[in-house]
Design a protein around this ligand. Structure first.
Ligand code: GLN
Length: 463
């Protein structure tokens, strides 16, 4: 882990060599929906040298706005949209010296855990191309793991930065809600989501975070991180009862406990009684918010417009029928169902109460320990089209990641080892504004288990 990344000199100086490396990899993994390494988008030259991300190219999930690049959200609905402006996190990364070289693939509007719900492209795992890269920020994770960019932005509503990072063997960081501006992020479930950062170098995750965090006048929910007393991490909470883990993930989890003990941390067994309600609460709230947020895509103000329609209602129906994929339609219907008049108490209000209980449970854990350790996801990367990982199974498997979104607290997936040749991610969760604890413990862990390189990748962005 390096504190300050040096620019990858080869990118500007040896663009030919970069392209010769990147093109075949990109062909294999399909991480980008738009790939423009020849014409990167930057803030232009500034006071070079002083800028913390000087010279670094990066990728941006295609539901985050980058000026003059498409902003498709992986949907046919927005296949033709080009953004006229930069999201705040993108503008700040550019101002820090970095340049966007592409927009990465995702599950349509961020809905999914495999990137197979993208209407516009197929992304595969660089470690094994018969497998998915995870999702919904699968393109960002694959691009980083394949060495095509040193870092990428994703979005995390219920785990979409951390789960693909785990599947691809890189770091995936979701900060405290509000610390990264959502301006320029196409809303899916506003109360849960945040931009997040993926990289293979933990120091770079932190450098990018420091360069882009903080209050933004364009996002009323954004805020400056509250300063927390800095004290070293000593205790780590672990779940006393961890059922339903894939044997490979279980083995890596158990090795992780051994390493953490050897590093001198005290492991504190805890229970999270409300964990089993996290997924139902998350999908109730997320679909409710999605049904409202996606109402704007109707072929009139935005989105795919049919060639011919009898009247406005017919136009909207045709636009949404042709523009949205099945998962998005399912969620809009679920969301309108849980918000249906007379039924809010049964679903939406109940889910909000569960959300409070989950925050309280986590608070109790943090009264006993500095961090919480869990696996990121119960299984490693599954094969494309896996019939055992149905849409429903994938949702149930979100239980370890959605808790941090429901509570608004920060979490980091870190590469913890391999199972059957595939990377497995473990996750630290911390109290609000205690991001520093995540970085500290993950850096200590990496002294014992260095991040493994994906076979066949040869670009080292830290040189
Ligand atoms: N898998 C979760 C979902 O489908 C997470 C998505 C996300 O974080 N954007 O909603």
């Amino acid at each position: 882990m390096s504190d300050a990344p040096s620019p990858w000199k080869s990118f500007q100086a040896k663009k030919e060599a970069y392209l010769a490396y990147a093109r075949p990899w990109e062909k294999k993994v399909g991480s980008f929906l738009t790939f423009r390494p020849e014409a990167p988008s930057s803030a232009g030259s500034g006071p070079s040298g002083a800028r913390p991300l000087e010279g670094l190219p990066f990728g941006v999930k295609d539901n985050i706005a980058v000026r003059d690049f498409p902003l498709t959200c992986g949907s046919k609905m927005l296949a033709d949209l080009v953004s006229p402006y930069d999201a705040t996190v993108v503008a700040r990364a550019k101002a820090a010296g970095a340049s966007v070289i592409g927009k990465t693939n995702l599950d349509e509007f961020g809905m999914g855990s495999s990137t197979e719900n993208s209407a516009l492209g197929k992304t595969s795992n660089p470690w094994d191309q018969s497998r998915v890269a995870g999702g919904s920020s699968g393109g960002s994770a694959a691009a980083v793991a394949a060495g095509l960019v040193p870092f990428a932005f994703g979005t995390d509503t219920g785990g979409s930065v951390r789960q693909p990072a785990g599947f691809c063997g890189v770091y995936g960081f979701k900060p405290t809600y509000g610390v990264l501006s959502r301006y320029g992020l196409t809303a899916y479930a506003s109360s849960l989501e945040t931009p997040g950062i993926l990289a293979k170098d933990l120091g770079l995750v932190k450098t990018v975070f420091d360069a882009v965090k903080g209050r933004d006048p364009h996002d009323q929910t954004s805020l400056d991180p509250e300063s927390q007393p800095v004290r070293p991490v000593k205790t780590i909470a672990v779940l006393a009862d961890l059922a339903d883990l894939d044997p490979g993930v279980k083995a890596v989890y158990e090795q992780t406990l051994v390493h953490l003990k050897a590093l001198g941390y005290t492991l504190v067994p805890v229970t999270l009684p409300t964990l089993e309600y996290a997924v139902p609460a998350y999908y109730t709230i997320a679909t409710a918010e999605a049904s409202a947020n996606l109402a704007r895509f109707n072929g009139i103000r935005y989105g795919h417009r049919p060639v011919y329609a009898e009247n406005p209602e017919h136009l909207v129906r045709q636009s949404r029928t042709a523009g949205f994929g099945n998962e998005v339609k399912t969620r809009i219907m679920l969301g309108t169902y849980v918000l249906r008049s007379g039924f809010q108490d049964q679903f939406y209000t109940k889910a909000q109460k569960v959300r409070t209980l989950i925050s309280n449970d986590l608070q109790k854990v943090f009264d006993q320990a500095d961090l919480l350790l869990t696996p990121t996801f119960p299984v490693p990367a599954f094969v494309h089209g896996d019939k055992t990982m149905t849409e429903f199974q994938q949702k149930l498997a979100d239980k370890f990641t959605v808790t941090a979104n429901l509570a608004g607290v920060p979490a980091l997936s870190f590469p913890a080892g391999l199972a059957g040749g595939l990377p497995v991610g473990m996750q630290f969760t911390a109290p609000a504004f205690c991001e520093a604890r995540l970085f500290e413990a993950a850096a200590a862990f990496a002294t014992r288990v260095p991040v493994a390189d994906c076979p066949g990748t040869s670009l080292d962005w830290s040189k």
